[in-house]
Write a protein that binds this ligand. Structure first.
Ligand code: KIV
Length: 271
């Protein structure tokens, strides 16, 4: 079976909910791939993997390496790769970097942050057969290191702007749009207005799908998570337990055991 395509994802609108997950390593991609529709190689790896304070710190080589690892591990889900900060400052720069990503990672599509200001970029990518997922609402790449993430869509001005952004990215040719941290009634209205699917994160159950960062729902860290995260596991407890057992057994000489070691083959007796 070929992997899901952008058209398959578009056709899921109004028929079934789209399940997307943001992750950036091959082991997690192997586990998620048969269970989800979209794997996003998100630049949130800045925080989840590299302990940085902003997605502004991530570059094209880093996204290429992770995109390649994830795309190689996936065979069912549509793989989307985030265009990192500064890699789509003009339509021409965007085209060069998006072509680089699709050729070098085997991901199927790219994601760019921004609304009306992104229409020329989306159009040029789509005209070169590069499927684009848009991303509006809270735009992490616009938030400098150390600044807090806050939801948007409260004022009438923000509402009008976000609705215009959503319509603009659809008209430019995006096959889907992520709605991040947008107040619920507006996320619902956008989902009902557009004919492409909306993928919510901190938005609304009425979005056509949901996306979340894998490390957040797995509970990799003991740090506070945003309101929109539900933790389905506390994997950090299992990892700490395993590390502490390993350290204890090395120190008390119970690991490694003979079965973990290699020995010389027994010599045959010669008469
Ligand atoms: O980088 C990321 O993981 C994302 C999702 C949170 C939408 O952009």
């Amino acid at each position: 079976m070929p992997p899901l395509s952008p058209s398959d994802i578009k056709n899921m609108k109004n028929t079934q909910k789209i399940v997307a997950i943001s992750l950036s390593t091959a082991p997690l991609a192997h586990l998620a791939d048969p269970l989800v529709d979209i794997i996003l190689v998100g630049d949130s790896l800045a925080m989840t993997l590299f302990n940085l304070s902003s997605t502004q710190c991530i570059d094209v080589p880093t996204m290429t390496r992770h995109g390649k690892a994830v795309a190689l591990a996936a065979s069912h889900a549509l793989v989307i790769i985030d265009m990192p900060f500064k890699s789509y400052d003009s339509p021409q720069i965007a085209l060069e970097n998006a072509q680089h990503f699709l050729e070098n990672t085997k991901a199927h599509a790219v994601k760019v942050e921004g609304g009306t200001e992104m229409t020329e970029t989306i159009k040029i990518l789509v005209s070169h057969d590069i499927p684009v997922c848009a991303h509006i609402g809270l735009l992490p790449q616009s938030i400098p290191p150390g600044q807090k993430f806050t939801p948007t869509g409260h004022s009438q001005k923000q509402k009008n702007q976000l609705l215009n952004d959503a319509i603009a990215v659809e008209n430019a040719g995006a096959f889907a749009v992520v709605l991040e941290a947008i107040v619920e009634p507006l996320a619902k209205e956008i989902s009902q207005t557009l004919s492409i699917p909306t993928i919510g994160i901190g938005a609304s159950p009425q979005c056509d799908g949901q996306v979340i960062v894998a490390e957040d729902i797995l509970g990799f860290s003991t740090k506070d998570t945003p309101r929109f995260v539900k933790q389905y596991a506390q994997i950090h407890a299992h990892i700490s337990h395993a590390f502490s057992q390993y350290a204890k057994e090395v120190r008390n000489l119970s690991f490694p055991e003979p079965k973990h070691c290699y020995y010389e083959p027994k010599k045959k007796e010669t008469s």
